[in-house]
Write a protein that binds this ligand. Structure first.
Ligand SMILES: *Cc1c(COP(=O)(O)O)cnc(C)c1O
Length: 399
């Protein structure tokens, strides 16, 4: 039987036509598709400014720089995320620290954050920026986090890489609780540009800094030049920027995918509900649903039961993979990675995150997952959970 991946892009004939049209046009980069994509994304997310870049890692990096993250500053994030959520602060020479997660939502815990902020205030070690992650597509506790940001004076970069199209208290994610909201358009995310990322913000000043940073720190805007220009060729490099632009091919694909966002989201939501129902009698925990927010359903992560008579996660994972089911694990806690251990973090530092990680299994979920294939995933999981642990070598020798 055909293997089922854990995720996969959904590409329509319209998507293909949009990219082909760019290939036949005059501009492969720095043309009209990028501003059209940015304007459409901003409108769909009820936000004033959208700045698209080459990927979400670059978006996080530039958002950190634009918000003043640098040597001598601190950035806090969740240990249950992709490493990019923490690495962006290291690119800027800042110190990284983590806030443990909430076992129910799997997002950064507001209670842990409050405690940590009280301690940090006493020690004069408050963060410049907090990066809450909308894990699996479920928005973080943005209202509570906004309240703490206003009280303690840190900025919020929401990592919504999983959460394009998610809603929080009636509005789309990115519409203004955070100072900057970062989206990813990697192939497995909610909408894709192949590789791609975007920063949404209500601040014109921040958007201008981000636009300069993504293109060498150069401006050609006659109104922004420091010296009256001698002619139309004049540009000024006013700061040190990078080349982290998105191409016209990517922007055209993004624009076409954005038009499909409601349908792609609805399909993920339908499949997630179907998992909820199909798994209801199994001894595992399904993802949380909260009344004031809707997940974008990037990932469907179950918490496996622990201890005898249940097989461990490694065994369930191996058996599912052997059956051609592309299960996965999201994520190895960032602070336990060798790079972060070398900075002084240790296993045991964030016990809720580590307990979550020990039992987590990501089931396949993507818009084009067929119901039959989803049934196969659940059937394979039932078989795997009925499996007794393999006898250990010692037991085999004694017998
Ligand atoms: C995918 C992802 C990123 C990085 O996105 P890229 O576009 O691949 O650079 C960052 N944070 C999280 C939580 C992600 O899942």
């Amino acid at each position: 039987m055909k293997p089922i991946p854990y995720s996969r892009q959904s590409i329509s004939e319209d998507d293909i036509a949009a990219v082909s049209a760019v290939l036949r046009s005059d501009f492969l980069t720095q043309g009209g598709e990028l501003p059209r994509f940015e304007a459409a994304f901003a409108e769909a997310h009820q936000v004033a400014h959208a700045v698209a870049v080459s990927n979400a890692t670059a978006a996080l990096h530039l958002a950190c720089l634009a918000l003043g993250v640098g040597p001598g500053t601190r950035v806090w994030t969740s240990p249950i995320s992709f490493v990019a959520s923490a690495n962006c602060a290291r690119y800027c020479g800042a110190e990284v620290d983590f806030v443990d997660i909430d076992a129910h939502t799997r997002n950064l815990s507001v209670a842990s954050l409050r405690d940590k902020l009280q301690r940090a205030e006493r020690e004069g070690a408050l963060p410049r920026v907090l990066i809450p992650v909308d894990f699996a597509g479920l928005p973080a506790d943005l209202a509570e986090i906004r309240g703490l940001a206003d009280r303690y004076g840190f900025a919020i970069i929401e990592d919504a890489s999983h959460a394009t199209g998610a809603t929080y208290r009636g509005g789309p994610v990115g519409s203004g609780w955070a100072d900057a909201t970062v989206f990813s358009f990697h192939a497995v995310k909610i909408i894709t540009t192949g590789e791609g990322g975007l920063i949404a913000t209500q601040s014109a000043a921040l958007a201008n800094r981000l636009r300069a940073l993504r293109s060498h720190g150069i401006t050609r805007d006659p109104n922004a030049l420091q010296t009256p220009p001698e002619g139309e060729w004049v540009y000024e490099q006013q700061s040190l920027g990078y080349n982290l632009r998105m191409t016209e091919l990517q922007a055209a694909l993004g624009l076409s995918q954005l038009a499909r966002l409601p349908a792609l989201r609805a399909q993920r939501e339908r499949l997630a509900r179907r998992y909820d129902q199909l798994l209801a009698d199994l001894p595992l925990a399904c993802p949380a649903r909260l009344a004031d927010r809707c997940s974008a359903w990037h990932l469907y992560v179950v918490d496996l039961p622990s201890g005898a008579p249940w097989p461990g996660r490694a065994q369930v994972f191996a058996q599912m993979r052997a059956a051609g089911i592309g299960v996965n694990v999201h994520y190895i806690p960032i602070h336990t990675q060798p790079y972060y251990r070398a900075l002084g973090f240790e296993p045991g530092d964030y016990p809720v995150a580590e307990r979550y990680y020990a039992h987590a299994l990501t089931l396949p979920l993507y818009p084009d997952l067929a119901d039959d294939d989803q049934d196969r995933v659940v059937a394979a999981l039932r078989v795997a959970l009925q499996t007794q642990p393999v006898p250990s070598r010692a037991a085999a020798v004694l017998a």
